[in-house]
Ligand binder design. Sequence first.
Ligand SMILES: [Zn+2]
Ligand SMILES: [Zn+2]
Length: 386
Amino acid sequence: MQEDYYAVLEVERTATIEVIKKAYRQKAMQHHPDRNPGDHVAEERFKVCTEAYDVLSNPDKRARYDQFGHAGVRGGAGAPPPDFSSIFDQFRDIFGAGGGAFEDLFGQARRGAQRGRPGSDLRIKLPLTLNEIATGVEKTVRVKKFVACDTCHGSGADGDDAFETCTTCNGQGEVRQVTRSILGQFVSVHPCPTCGGEGKRITKPCAACAGEGRQRGEEEIPIAVPAGVLEGHYLTLRGNGNAGARGGDPGNLRVEIEEIPHEHLSREGLDLYFDLYVSMPEALLGTDAEVPTLDGSVTVRLEAGTQSGKILRLKGRGLPELGSRHFGDEYARIHVWTPTKMSAEETMLVEKLRTMPSFQQRPRLDASGNSHKGFFAKVRDAVLGT
Ligand SMILES: [Zn+2]
Ligand SMILES: [Zn+2]
């Protein structure tokens, strides 16, 4: 006596597909062979749950099951065994990209199962602002790509019985070639030329996709970008590339990070730089100045007599290091702005200043004639204003 599929997943007979997916995910996690090594009971439960999910997640099969019970989906003797490949596709579908440990399962389950032709990889560029890079961000992108055919769910065939076993290879998917030579007999194994290694042939192709099992479409793909990525970094979303032909494995999606330049801040590694212009009187008398950061602007206090070229460090206001709690710094480079046009009155005032003792000093150059100290010698930690 076979268990009722709804009872297996512990859902109501009226459960929506979302509820069924959720229930299956929970059960699959619980009984997954990777989590229960050597436990045959768990393995059996995993299989039963997967079988139940295969039926209840497919509207046609579910309708037949509701009407005829197990007989409705098992078919008569000689009916094809459940298509585990498609089950694993659904499985992947639920867990989304980067299924972690579950990817291993697909890998193991698929080895040796020759299906269709794999889909190709896709690349997209993902432009991000510095703010998005600083905090990490969830983005959804629309990708034009091959998707599995709606009508045949990727099989390429018009129904489950539109296949026949390949007669060239007897369904093995490979052919052996025996070559005799004076050195002896060589046996080589090649993919079957008739069926391309699939072991079966479609007798009646799906009309919607002409037997390809895929069609042009679009998909919305969520992308979780961690904080601290760099231009040129890329994320690989497994299985989010083009759908394969006739149920072949999908390709991967490679997401390349692009940095959108910030309006005021430039970046070097984890550190940010800002050019802070102040007027001559501000440099002479001191002032409070606004410095933009990725987290709003801050007020810094410039002391009276601030030199052009002085660098203020705003500790920890840079970008986070990918995968760590360390942050870079922001540096504000001070430039004293020299006016290029002055009124007669201004010129007169400056002429007057010029004769004053404090305005006749010149800095002493070092032996090399170089007054430029190294970058870090000029760095002072910022005095933040109130
Ligand atoms: Zn189709
Ligand atoms: Zn063949």
